[in-house]
Design a protein around this ligand. Structure first.
Ligand code: NAD
Length: 259
């Protein structure tokens, strides 16, 4: 087991993934991350993570491309010696009734939100087995457990990701490698902001009213889940103390799925 662990996080240039990168950097973990952003934004994120005590590097990889995902894991192993913790966080959303759902959006959502995790896990697991330690954390969603209208691709992908998580957990159950899914409810990120904005436009209400309506519909706490709260849960699941947490679909959803 290396002194300083290496975490590879996909989709960490924004929102939840960036929060997870910040949390790992703050505890001194080496962070390799992918995700889209301008060169200036990426260098700002790298400087911020390094200043927080980490050693961070952006490794570009389009989560729609299996070859780039395999290369992402290989590059991370070549550069830092291992991928000890793999967090699959890259995700996109599109909202439309199924009859109008664009086929290209279906394909992209399945590729980014589901297949990308298969490709990174497939590439990272042999190294984890060699080193006899590993943590795989898939950022799923409440939509991995329950459905909402107009989100066919997202719900299908996230249910698939929860299923994939369970299979990997079983295949690694006899080893010190674990695989779990985290299932957040509404978290205030750019992905959700788009849905707030379109609801505000559709209903002719202000942004804060649209936020209230969004929460009222699904999340009994009427509060957004904090990015730092999701990150803290990921840190726990990735810790040694969580060695017998296996194949979980762990909700952090303000009561959404308790209803
Ligand atoms: P976000 O839009 O803020 O961040 C998405 C990240 O994924 C960005 O870094 C983006 O560059 C990256 N990404 C998108 N397409 C990519 C691609 N093709 N290749 C590589 N990177 C790509 O969104 P977020 O809300 O932080 O979502 C992060 C994850 O959390 C997603 O998997 C999402 O489904 C999940 N999630 C979000 C919420 C929420 O309420 N925000 C709730 C449950 C689950």
């Amino acid at each position: 087991m290396p002194e300083q662990r290496v975490a590879l996080i996909t989709g960490a240039t924004s929102g939840i993934g960036l929060g997870i990168a910040r949390a790992f950097a703050a505890q001194g973990t080496i962070v390799a991350f992918s995700g889209f952003a301008s060169a200036e934004e990426i260098s700002r994120i790298v400087s911020e993570l390094n200043a927080a005590g980490g050693k961070a590097e952006h490794v570009p990889a389009d989560a729609r491309d299996p070859l780039e995902l395999a290369a992402l894991v290989r590059q991370c192993e070549a550069k830092f010696g291992s991928v000890d913790i793999l967090v699959n966080c890259a995700g996109i959303q599109h909202v439309a009734p199924i009859e109008e759902f664009p086929v290209a959006q279906w394909d992209a959502i399945i590729a980014v939100n589901l297949s990308s995790a298969f490709h990174t896990i497939r590439a990272a697991l042999p190294g984890m087995r060699r080193r006899n330690w590993g943590r795989i954390v898939n950022i799923a969603s409440v939509h991995g457990l329950v459905a909402s209208i107009d989100k066919s691709a997202y719900v299908a992908a996230k249910h698939g990701l929860v299923g994939l998580t369970k299979v990997v957990a079983l295949e690694t159950a006899g080893s010190p490698i674990t695989c779990n899914a985290i299932c957040p409810g509404w978290v205030h990120t750019p992905l959700v902001q788009k849905q707030v904005d379109s609801r505000a436009k559709e209903l002719g209400v202000g942004i804060s009213q649209a936020e209230r309506l969004l929460l009222q519909e699904k999340q009994p706490s009427l509060q957004f889940v904090g990015i730092d709260e999701v990150a803290a849960l990921v840190l726990f699941v990735a810790s040694d103390a969580a060695r017998e947490v296996r194949g979980a679909a762990w909700t952090i959803d303000g009561g959404w799925t308790a209803q």
